[in-house]
Design a protein around this ligand. Sequence first.
Ligand SMILES: Nc1ncnc2c1ncn2[C@@H]1O[C@H](COP(=O)(O)OP(=O)(O)OP(=O)(O)O)[C@@H](O)[C@H]1O
Ligand SMILES: [Mg+2]
Length: 485
Amino acid sequence: MIESTLEQLCNLYTDLTSEEVEILKNVSSTLQLYADLNNAYMFIDCKMRDSEHAIVVAEAFSKSSETIYENSVVGKIVFDSFEPGVFYSYRTGKKSLNSHAVTQEGKSVDQSVIPIKNKMHQVIGVLISEKEIFKHLPFSDSHKNVSFGQEELSAIFSGSPNEMPMISDLLMEIFLLTDKNNRLIYANPAGVNFITEMSQMNEIRNQNILELLPFIQPIYDFKEDVFIFDLTVDRKNLIVKKVRMRDKEQLKGTLLIIQDVTELRTKEKELMMKSVFIKEIHHRVKNNLQTVASLLRLQMRKGFPEESKVYFEDTLNRIYSISSVYEIILANTDADDEDVNIIELTKKVSSTMVLNEIHKKINLIIQTNGNKILTTSRKAVSIALIINELVQNSLKHAFPEDSHGEIEVSFYSSKDFLELHIFDNGVGISKPKSSLGLEIVHNLVMNDLNGEFRYLPVEQGTHAVITFPISSEVVIYYEKENTDS
Ligand SMILES: Nc1ncnc2c1ncn2[C@@H]1O[C@H](COP(=O)(O)OP(=O)(O)OP(=O)(O)O)[C@@H](O)[C@H]1O
Ligand SMILES: [Mg+2]
């Protein structure tokens, strides 16, 4: 089988499926037509696997058009900072129009980008059309640009070059320009500081950059004219952008834009360490709770008065409810995700209790009413304990042995409040005499959730309601209606 270049590049550098590559091949078969029709350059770019960059997988250009690109660009890497339109379409799935976009070869073009999507409407590539802007054409304001007003800016500076600093003088980034012999002909203040610090030389003007900064050598040796490198030098993390400027094939000079991202990388590492540390603490809390539960179970097996058994079981259930919170946090795939999904927690806590009640046939219904509720581990522990006590009460007191019935847990939300209803169709509470269970519920609802706990009058069974305010610690998303049982 003969593979096309597009197919080869996609297989080598992207995660696209063969079906998606077929879609791109179909689009690429029409590129030449559109290039001829519009007198334009046409490209297809695709995002690269495990990388922030994209790669050109197909191109076509009209024979009669002026050459924007000296050489074929198929197989070239495309960077976000040089081609924002391409990445805008990738991110948003929308069309991008840039007048005066600058190509990676330094030419000014009118660029249109549209996303190419698969059957699931995911962006698999972008189709780009570029036309060179001729100098005699007036500045067109018809399209909104990523940067605009170049004419006005150059007019300001060309009038009084000595009165105002160059823009690059005001930037934090290091700007360096070398001539065709690699001699330093421009450095902004950040650049001067950087070079004097790294080279320990005071006289840097017109010096060879490769002698001043020997670690730049591989960047200058690298054959691509436009490239972004990540460098680590003397514990400094640098992002170096290189742009070679050519007149036809002749090298005129090289522009280096260097960003010192050491502080950023250190902060990233600190944040990562912090989230790993917090995760480790959650692990330990969960393991310690399991140890306490095992000790209690061991004590139960050692034999003790039958009437104490129920207290041990209640305590085990409470410990299990708290440890469910940590199990949910630890199962979150996102390492930084500290939030607990309350619906998931409710299902976990109440279904385990119902399954343990082997002498009764209980139908458990959890009604989310479209709510997805996320909260902090502290509030989640309180909610888990409240659900544990109330569902446990329904299981224990509402239905006699060998009977069957229904327990429903539902969530209702308004703009400011969340309501948690626990209802059973059992014998009902005649006169609630508060024991430890209801005392726990009262305390947690009042002190931890700043809410209210009450029983609603019902014809049959028991209906408990907890109402508490939605705060920054309790976030609610509305989802499609669903009922689980
Ligand atoms: N859903 C219910 N159906 C019927 N009676 C209930 C229900 N919920 C509570 N009760 C009554 O209210 C009383 C108080 O409940 P509470 O949870 O405070 O104590 P408990 O369940 O007896 O013991 P524990 O302290 O272990 O929870 C119970 O003993 C029971 O008589
Ligand atoms: Mg109870």
